[in-house]
Design a protein around this ligand. Structure first.
Ligand SMILES: [Fe+2]
Length: 145
């Protein structure tokens, strides 16, 4: 609910106030990673995560009908374009990492560490926004699933 405090709080500020906690947690985690890890490990993070997003993208592109049915619209086109973009991200991050580092084990550990952390971060934000919009409390929104 929007609260008018007289402090000129904008609708956006009010809607995203809870996200500041998540943002602070993310900032703290990234600060600690940068403080205690090597530059090689830092570089493995995007390489590992883009590997994950490209795997999802490859699945969607390979089995497009399963994911989008027979639909053709701007939304589907945007998703397909984004999938291709994710493949490009993976190629760039992987090539850049491999140009400077050889350890595949580091990539593996980075993937094992960051994918669950990223999912927790992404889903907590999505759940918060669904809560703020009260969408999550309406059973009709869950019925198609
Ligand atoms: Fe990406």
């Amino acid at each position: 609910m929007l609260q008018c405090t007289g402090n000129r709080m904008s609708l956006f500020d009010n809607a995203t106030a809870g996200l500041k906690i998540v943002e602070k947690a993310q900032t703290f985690i990234i600060r600690m990673v940068r403080k205690f890890s090597s530059s090689a490990f830092e570089m493995s993070i995007p390489a590992a995560f883009e590997h994950f997003t490209s795997a999802v993208s490859r699945e969607i592109l390979s089995n497009q009908k399963t994911w989008t049915g027979d639909k053709e619209n701007e939304g589907v086109n945007f998703v397909l374009w984004h999938c291709l973009e994710e493949l490009e991200h993976q190629a760039i991050c992987h090539d850049a990492y491999k140009a400077l580092h050889t350890s595949r084990l580091r990539l593996f550990f980075s993937l094992v560490l960051w994918v669950p952390l990223s999912m927790a971060s992404i889903y907590s934000i999505q759940l918060y926004l669904l809560h703020k919009d009260r969408v999550i409390y309406k059973p009709r929104n869950w019925m198609p699933y």
